[in-house]
Ligand binder design. Sequence first.
Ligand SMILES: *Cc1c(COP(=O)(O)O)cnc(C)c1O
Length: 494
Amino acid sequence: MTMLEPLIFELSREGRTGVNGPKCNLSDKEIGDLLGSANLRSNLPLPEVSELDVMRHFTHLSHKNYGIDLGFYPLGSCTMKYNPRINERTAALPGFASLHPLQPVETVQGALELIVQLQDILATICGMDATTIQPSAGAHGELLSMMMIKAYHADRGETGRNEVVIPDSAHGTNPASAARCGFKVRSIPSDSKGCTDLSALKSALGPKTAALMLTNPNTVGLFEVDIVEICKMVHEAGGLVYCDGANMNAMLGLTRPGDMGFDVMHFNLHKTFSTPHGGGGPGCGAVSVKSCLEPYLPTPVVRLDGENGGYILDENRPQSIGRIHSFYGAFLIAVRAYTYIRTLGPEGLRSVGENAVINANYIRSRLSEYYDVAFGNQPCMHEVVISASKQKQQHGVRALDISKRLMDYGIHPPTNYFPLIVPEALMIEPTETEGKQTIDHFIDVMIKIAKEAEEDPELLLTAPHITPVSRLDETMAVKNLDLRYEAIFKDTHS
Ligand SMILES: *Cc1c(COP(=O)(O)O)cnc(C)c1O
């Protein structure tokens, strides 16, 4: 049987219509005046199709998109966990969804209360004193944190502190955020165990140090065991310590960056707290700070006004770094995260942390016979970084080829070639929301691929075999989209 994928231009037949809109009662001249007559075309080659054809066209297109709702998505460091549907229900409640950002504050007291409660809960989760949910993304939270650290040192007359120390395993956004704020980035190496090299840190610290930016657990999926000592060293040098908390999943309910000595951190609500990643759209990189940075939080600050007993948007904050977002950030993302946290409660959050770590270690343990594990086979946190170096040396098969082959098995590839310090890196983060069957299936497929690499490397080098497009220019694919239509006939028997 041959099935025609309903590609809309090929289905077009002259005179066929879908929905007829009301007839326009303006004359051609009036329309020309409104839109500019040069914009009017009499012969616009749009497909002439039925409503059903249009429906099928877009539904087919949507099925070509891979998402967490379709299958396993072990994209390390991105925490692609299930987005519980109850979050969507609460975010869609008319009392939240229909709010207008310019409404008078007296009419949005419930929304402001939710923001304050969420901010307080996040501060408690990470052991800090105050939080803002304004930043739109993790990188935005990093930028805000660097701006506040700069203002903090300037207020103390320490304008010579213009260096930010960052380990070589850091996410690329870390040095970018520091540099964007005018800081000089000092990169330090990791030690042989994959953690911060204390002697390298020591020699990088000094009177020019503004801050250390550290990811914990770091991007090799390892907990920085010397974290208390590290924070102490930075503080003694007069700097502040920033935690890239994108990897908070591993610590939820188990330990708190504030207690380790960090002064400021960002959360990714679109990772740890189950709100959608939004394809570059709305996210939230909430930032929590210790009291020393609280005066610098961006305005407006939502707080309870002692005199009137209601919530206000406080703009009167002389030390604030100012605005970093229009209005008050992505409010409905906050509703989703709030729902997630309240549904789980403290016990539930703790089990998220525990299961995220157990799942990653299960994968590490079962795959270590077939793939090299970065920095020896020590316990990992929420993610495990394996390396395809062995496969590359022995069979000419790279991490990229393994990832492409995974697509043939319907699994989204893990993060490739990151962190930069691990050659042929495959960074796998299963998250706590996957069940054992899914994880076992993934492991079995990875083992199968390791065997394919030995027996038939060509199969991997030419993968994927089942996707509409296969090997694209990794850089240009997103910058130079090819959106041409081509009729595709699929033989569903073969
Ligand atoms: C995802 C991530 C970021 C950046 O977060 P965005 O929301 O993508 O800007 C920063 N650091 C780490 C470790 C991350 O995993």
